[in-house]
Design a protein around this ligand. Structure first.
Ligand code: PLP
Length: 417
């Protein structure tokens, strides 16, 4: 495809997307198709000869659109807000255009440096402590993952690495340590922590899920946690990870971070805070108090794609102690390591995958992804095209809608809040 041809096709694609956004409210939110509908409509083999762009776009309109659940329809109220924006989409488009692999600083310096910059911007909007930001001390910083699940997995891996090394220093064997490591969390925590435990090879019984009460707003109970930890210590286990949430998925529970941080510190546990969707609200000063205590966490994750107008995927993990990422191999099997390598951030060491984008190709090797994307571009576009004030106003509008909805629910005797 020559540049002229690409230009013409891209214009048609932009027209299609612009029309889609114009009309999306008139489409049924849920697709009306039945399972297997596409198999009976499209050929079962790839075309031998190239087809025209118009033919493909026609099929998108007639066959793909009916099978889409329209998350961008303003009447979509499922799961969590989907909130993409045209600003994010433009960044995504550019990322696809550059199509670079930012796994190491040297593979595309702008990809690494923009990610560092933009995550510092967001970290400052959230009023995160300096230890979570890229600064001269070089100990902290953020990295964009494909999902909150991956961010939690990486935090758990770092914590596990720390626990193994600390306990080896006490003379224990690795296998023994692994069988004794315990993770604590509440029954409201997103199942991604369960999945992360499975992936890192912790026995199912080593995840301690603590009960919560509706009367405590479903928050983690300090007394239940403390007695569970003491009980396990008495039995010779090693409590090593405490997972708290700000805004649990099903009940919006806010765990009491400051007191939990104290308990984690007392027992030498890694303290992780998952604020995947609700944390976004904390860019507004009036909601920031929900994150109080995060300053004492080791790691913290938030998904800008859940409430901050950035297209899926944009899940950020901030860590205070990068040296604790020694769990991920830092060998470079593609590049000859130059002297510059040791002085820069190489994001491949902060994640499961080696590659990372400026490009939109993903090969899924369950449960890990090989993902090469320049995700910071879309967040950068969003933050610049909206400005902090625009983002705050977006959050406040949603919260006002929620407050209005609460009034309606309270007025209706069939429901309770
Ligand atoms: N943590 C919380 C609090 C969530 O609400 C969710 C998803 O809704 C997740 C983690 C998992 O997010 P992801 O689908 O990005 O892995």
């Amino acid at each position: 495809m020559d540049p002229q041809e690409f230009r013409a096709q891209a214009h048609k694609m932009v027209d299609f997307i612009a029309d889609y956004y114009r009309d999306v409210e008139s489409l049924p939110v849920r697709s009306q198709v039945t399972p297997g509908y596409l198999r009976s409509s499209l050929p079962s083999n790839a075309p031998e000869e190239p087809q025209s762009f118009d033919t493909v776009l026609d099929d998108v309109k007639s066959m793909i659109v009916p099978g889409v659940t329209h998350w961008q329809n303003p009447n979509f109220f499922g799961f969590f807000p989907s909130n993409s924006s045209t600003a994010g989409m433009l960044g995504e488009f550019l990322s696809g255009g550059f199509n670079v692999d930012g796994s190491e600083w040297a593979t595309s310096p702008a990809a690494t440096e923009l990610e560092m910059l933009v995550l510092n911007w967001l970290g400052k909007l959230l009023n995160l402590p300096d230890e979570f930001l890229f600064n001269r001390s070089g100990n902290g910083g953020g990295v964009i993952h494909a999902s909150a699940s991956e961010a939690v997995l990486v935090a758990l891996l770092a914590a596990r690495g720390r626990a193994i090394s600390e306990n080896k220093a006490k003379g224990l064997e690795e296998q023994e340590i692994l069988s004794k490591l315990l993770v604590y969390t509440s029954d409201q925590t997103h199942p991604c922590l369960h999945k992360a435990c499975v992936i890192v090879g912790l026995p199912k019984s080593n995840l301690v899920i603590l009960p919560t009460l509706a009367t405590d707003d479903c928050a983690l109970s300090l007394s239940i946690l403390k007695s569970a930890v003491q009980d396990s210590l008495a039995k010779g286990f090693i409590p090593f990870f405490l997972g708290a949430t700000v805004g649990t998925t099903s009940s919006s529970a806010i765990d009491p971070l400051p007191a939990l941080a104290d308990i984690a510190k007392e027992y030498g546990m890694w303290f992780h805070v998952d604020a995947a969707y609700a944390g976004n609200a904390c860019i507004c000063p009036e909601f920031r108090h929900f994150l109080n205590g995060v300053e004492n966490a080791h790691s913290f994750n938030l998904s800008a794609n859940k409430w901050l107008l950035t297209n899926i995927d944009c899940s950020i993990l901030w860590l205070k102690f990068l040296n604790l990422l020694f769990f991920i191999h830092t060998i470079s099997f593609q590049l000859k390591t130059s002297s510059i390598q040791s002085r820069v951030v190489n994001f491949k060491d902060w994640q499961v995958a080696q590659g990372r984008r400026f490009r939109q190709v993903r090969i899924i090797l369950f449960p890990l992804t090989w993902d090469t994307l320049f995700r910071s571009l879309k967040l950068w576009f969003v933050m610049r095209l909206y400005g902090a004030s625009g983002l705050r106003s977006h959050i406040r509008t949603h919260i006002n809608h929620a407050k209005h909805f609460e009034v309606l629910v309270r007025e209706d005797s069939r429901f309770e809040v």
